[in-house]
Design a protein around this ligand. Structure first.
Ligand SMILES: Nc1ncnc2c1ncn2[C@@H]1O[C@H](COP(=O)(O)OP(=O)(O)OP(=O)(O)O)[C@@H](O)[C@H]1O
Ligand SMILES: [Mg+2]
Length: 251
């Protein structure tokens, strides 16, 4: 469904004279995601995960290389398939307009597509999926807990029946027990909607729970791609280190 070939991205250096020079952030990254797959993208802070996510969403252009969805360049695909690709970010608080009621937050992408008919029933159905009571609909973002607000963001992301969902650190800001609940929710939604996921995270445990394949990113490169079931056979040093740190933590 999604194919990246030799994708490179650099940003201009700041703090240098006239901003000269560029820092490579993503370097010749190639991988593909099949329909219905749930792929985890893991790596330390600053390794280029979100930059890669933004290029898949078409929010940023690669300097070189290609990002294609179903054989089309991403922006062309997005024009033809409006609302079919959604994203949930880590920072749920700034992802929503603080002056909007929850019902306005949820219907925003639907209304943007001109789908106004029957929106009340649709919103109620979405709330059921994300297991929230209807009384939150007339509340403002600051009147919800972090976990509730992230569920609202998930409801909004699936409102347009997307086929592909990018979750960029979508559970990282939540406390551990709420993380587990939201992970379960994401698992159910994936099955219900036959979604394809790219799940970007720091947390290897969360990735192994949700994903069938894991990409390890290190300093702009994908250094390992492995099926979750074969994770313990990885020969890659970086993947091994991450794996060991999780095992140590569990003990
Ligand atoms: N618009 C930008 N302009 C300049 N540099 C940028 C820009 N966006 C990202 N960067 C730099 O690119 C590098 C990779 O950033 P990115 O956000 O992709 O990392 P990440 O892997 O998502 O990190 P984290 O896990 O902390 O979210 C960082 O060094 C960051 O400072
Ligand atoms: Mg990031």
């Amino acid at each position: 469904m999604i194919e990246l070939k030799e994708v490179c991205k650099s940003y201009s250096k700041t703090g240098t004279l006239f901003g000269m020079g560029k820092t490579p952030v993503v370097e010749r990254v190639s991988f593909s995601i099949e329909k219905g797959e749930c792929v985890g993208l893991i790596g330390e802070s600053g390794s280029g995960k979100s930059t890669l996510g933004r290029m898949i969403l078409g929010l940023e252009q690669p300097d070189s290389g290609t990002v294609e969805i179903e054989g089309l360049p991403v922006r062309q695909w997005a024009k033809r398939n409006r609302g079919k690709m959604s994203v949930v970010f880590q920072d749920y608080a700034s992802s929503v307009n603080p002056g909007y009621l929850m019902k306005e937050v949820i219907v925003e992408p639907l209304f943007a597509q001109g789908q106004k008919q029957g929106w009340e029933a649709k919103v109620k159905e979405l709330l059921q999926y994300v297991e929230l009571p209807t009384d939150i609909l007339n509340r403002y973002p600051h009147e919800l807990s972090g976990g509730q607000l992230q569920r609202v963001c998930i409801a909004r992301a699936i409102s347009t029946n997307p086929s592909f969902l990018i979750l960029d650190e979508a559970i990282s800001s939540l406390d551990v027990s709420v993380q587990a609940q939201v992970l379960d929710l994401l698992e159910n939604i994936k099955k219900e909607f036959a979604l394809t996921y790219l799940f970007i995270a720091h947390d290897l445990q969360a990735v192994t729970k949700l994903c069938n394949r894991i990409l390890f990113m290190y300093r702009g490169n994908i250094v390992e791609q492995i099926n979750t079931s074969e994770l313990y056979h990885t020969k890659n040093e970086y993947a091994k280190r991450l794996l060991e740190s999780v095992i140590c933590f569990e003990i």
